[in-house]
Design a protein around this ligand. Sequence first.
Ligand SMILES: [Zn+2]
Ligand SMILES: [Zn+2]
Ligand SMILES: [Zn+2]
Length: 531
Amino acid sequence: MTAAVLDERTVGEIVDRAARPDFDRWAEQLERCGHCSRPVRLRGRITRAGHEVYSTDGEPDRVLLKRCGNRRAAVCPSCSYEYAGDMWQLLYAGVAGGRKGVPESVRAHPLVFATLTAPGFGVVHGTRSTRGGGAGRCRPPRGRPTLCRHGRPSWCTAVHTDEDPRLGQPLCLDCYDYSGHVAFNWHSPELWRRFTITLRRVLARRAGLTPAEHARRCRLSFVKVAEFQRRGVVHFHALIRLDGPGDGVTPPEVPTSTADLSDAIREAAAAVRFAVDLPDGSGLALRFGEQTDTQPVNGGPAGELTPERVAAYIAKYATKSAEDFGLGDRRLTGAALAGHGVSPHVALIVRTCWRLGEHDDWTGLRRWVHMAGFRGHFSSKSRRYSTTLGAIRGERRTFRRRQAAEHARQLGLDVIDDDTTLVVSRWEFAGLGYLTGGDAALALSAAARARERRQAGRDAVEDLPPPGVSIVDRKVFYTVTEAAELLSVSRRKLYDLMTTGRLESVKLDGCRRIPADALVTFADSLPRRAA
Ligand SMILES: [Zn+2]
Ligand SMILES: [Zn+2]
Ligand SMILES: [Zn+2]
């Protein structure tokens, strides 16, 4: 950040902020909310056993800043970065195992990274590479160059750079099938659902079993992320894994190789169809694109696609959204349909959403114009893929609470046991974002510095075992007796902890087992007091 790019007023606001006696406390709040771009401002107080122990009255601007928690990098780089980190943990646990309650044996399960694309709706400008790997021409004419029926060239000999605004734009807007494009986005969640059903059937048939028999021995687990391509259509990146039936993550009881699973995925993606009616009376058979890319993750050629890399790849996509191809992140109103500030292509997508949304069969589409008609979740997973984002966030909160308690102890403060004291907090929403442009500029530069530091740390550990593996992690699961021993409590106390939900456990072949990380999480959740 240099003063040259800031206007005089912003500079004045920065100076004002820095000159305040409570600046250090303000900077601390910034750090605690992770330098969020538009934090929630809260006002409130906490009382313990009837005594007020905290009030925002003593804070800078009499508010407490809390993360916005937005997933999208375009909205909040800091919260998006944290979200991507959580996604990484979730994805990695399901690929590599040995953490978050997933056994390391999961590495032996068939696992495929698949990309399901949308079909073509018309020729668009794109980057191509030559056989030698250099930058190739967009669409060289095949044979004699011809014009489309609107009199426009059906070829393009330009070599587009990555920043070229023409990328993803149709060669002819009139030739492009906008109804098909919007219909695909709108119905893609249903198309995916049908794909998973078809895949189960294909796997059963290949194994010579009925779908019901196959389902009793084999379970499909997956996590998928939707990504907007430059042309404004979604496609899906998914990790698809085969497990055994029942609770926990056990090997599938039908022998299936990773290559078999890849073949089945391609067959199912090619076969799935979904018929929709368009308002003009014509029908449309929605399907996925011709090319379904499948890559084995574990068990493939060594070094091809490591669990670390595939988790990083998918987590990155989870932070992107429709604004990346020119639409804002807010719901559009009729007035925004005029097409201001967007390309003619995006304007036509928007208008098509609006036009289709008028008809009964397409009710609700107008509320998803800002997503080019895509209404699905940007990331979703089957129930037993690995852990949940909620559980990962819970662990982080516990970790931070422990750090805060540690900090308080170092300052000689008494840490009160939350279990035995009545704690009442009252909070009210005081606003969103920073109070001045100067505050926002300060937060932005601090955020960039913090991210650089963290990225440096993340790069350094990329190919090492993931952090946070403690000595207790030698086994993935412990028996009740072992866990009681590790926690130095009786077996009876341990059962108490499990039945009251304070300690997580799993059923494995009918036996209660305690995942190693559940022990760590439990230990971390206990309030600590200096002797
Ligand atoms: Zn944020
Ligand atoms: Zn081109
Ligand atoms: Zn045309």
